[in-house]
Design a protein around this ligand. Structure first.
Ligand SMILES: Cc1ncc(COP(=O)(O)O)c(C=O)c1O
Length: 388
């Protein structure tokens, strides 16, 4: 391919470390794999059955309304009222191809070339690339690692310039697992209102919070009605990664604008997935509780195993998600990419280098605990043998 045919917008996007680690891992047999933030369980049976029924009833062969099936949007409204304390109506919902397409559409609807977007650092690498793809400028506000990667409100305030257009964050966080508190998010909302900024949230891990942490949605603050776009997904909550379905909530005046981005990329979300999502919301939520308990147990195991590697890693206990982001204490960790590649080649443990997750991500690695506990034990047995 003639490289000069590629847009500068795309050329500036770095190669994804996550995909690179996956590629390298495939070249090695019998790897203990902690690289993916992807549920290893499949979607529950009742969701799969609802999809099959919709197919057999001939419901899925055409497009739906681009915003999503009305019946599904009504159920989403019910969920947002019940669980997120967001006063919503179906005209404020856009069903999207996972949270990812929702966030991308939100960014493209809000950001002009050169506009600045404040992101906490470390943050989800895809968010950084989404801002770059919109020709926006990511501006990083470092989080407070020693305080569990908590938001540093002053750092956010100091990052605001006349060019700032939006703040984009995920809580619970990929990669750190930190859960931003209601108090902090209220302060963040105040900054947004003071400067009339948009807040774009990624709440993919909303149900996976542990200990005393609570998930808080900024859109539940009535004054924020016109200043927030909240993005959610079925991927994590119901282990529906491959179904590619999520949704966003925003003011009804914003939805048609965001839809102008959604339509050229997707037209609508695959209708079969919309019927599956409808079943996920309408039927028992026991699976969500089960997933949460499984991740909590896996988190506890991973933290316990990290204790015996305390000369190599220093970790903050994640309050949510199924990811954690230990700091590498040894000199070799200064370049997290080289460190992780060696760990893969020499100890057969696949992790994700932290450098992709913003400027304060370097010298860290991301570990995923949404894997069977046997996998965690295998990875740590190997790392103990390797480092000792
Ligand atoms: C924070 C965060 N947002 C979004 C996604 C992707 O979500 P979806 O599958 O809904 O597009 C991920 C996947 O790892 C994630 O970690």
């Amino acid at each position: 391919m003639n490289k000069s045919n590629i847009s500068n917008r795309v050329k500036q996007i770095p190669k994804s470390a996550i995909h690179e680690m996956t590629r390298l891992s495939k070249q090695i047999e019998d790897v203990a794999f902690l690289s993916w933030a992807k549920p290893t369980s499949g979607a529950p049976a009742h969701i799969r059955e609802a999809a099959i029924e919709a197919i057999n009833n001939g419901l899925v062969d055409g497009y739906s309304e681009s915003a999503g099936l009305l019946e599904l949007r009504k159920e989403i409204v019910h969920k947002l009222n019940r669980d997120n304390h967001i006063e919503a109506n179906p005209a404020q919902i856009l069903v999207t191809v996972g949270a990812i397409e929702g966030i991308a559409a939100a960014i493209l609807a809000v950001i002009d070339p050169g506009d600045e977007v404040i992101l906490p650092s470390p943050t989800y690498s895809t968010h950084i690339n989404q801002v770059l793809l919109a020709s926006g400028k990511p501006v990083f506000a470092p989080t407070l690692e020693k305080q569990g990667f908590m938001l540093d409100i002053e750092a956010v305030r100091n990052a605001v310039t006349p060019k700032t257009k939006a703040i984009l964050y995920c809580s619970p966080s990929n990669p750190t697992g930190s859960v931003f508190s209601e108090g902090q998010l209220r302060q963040l909302a105040e900054i947004a209102l003071e400067h009339n900024l948009m807040v774009i949230t990624d709440e993919a891990y909303e149900y996976f919070v542990f200990d005393d942490h609570k998930h808080f949605s900024v859109a539940s603050i009535p004054e924020m009605k016109k200043n927030v776009i909240s993005c959610f997904t079925f991927t994590k909550t119901y282990a529906m990664t491959g179904w590619r379905i999520g949704y966003l909530h925003a003011d009804e005046e914003l939805i048609p604008q965001i839809n102008k981005v959604h339509i050229p990329f997707a037209i609508c979300v695959p209708v079969v997935s919309q019927y599956a999502a409808l079943a996920a919301l309408k039927q028992s939520q026991d699976c969500v509780v089960e997933f949460r308990e499984k991740y909590l147990s896996a988190r506890n195991l991973m933290c316990q195993r990290l204790e015996s590697l305390d000369s190599i890693f220093e970790y903050q206990k994640p309050g949510g998600s199924y990811l954690m982001f230990p700091k590498i204490l040894v000199d070799e960790g200064k370049n997290s990419k080289t460190f992780c590649e060696r760990l893969l080649r020499e100890a057969k443990v696949s992790t994700t280098p932290g450098g992709d997750f913003g400027p304060t991500g370097e010298q860290h690695l991301r570990l995923s605990f949404c894997v069977p506990e046997d996998m965690i034990n295998m990875a740590f047995d190997r790392m103990e043998a390797y480092f000792n």
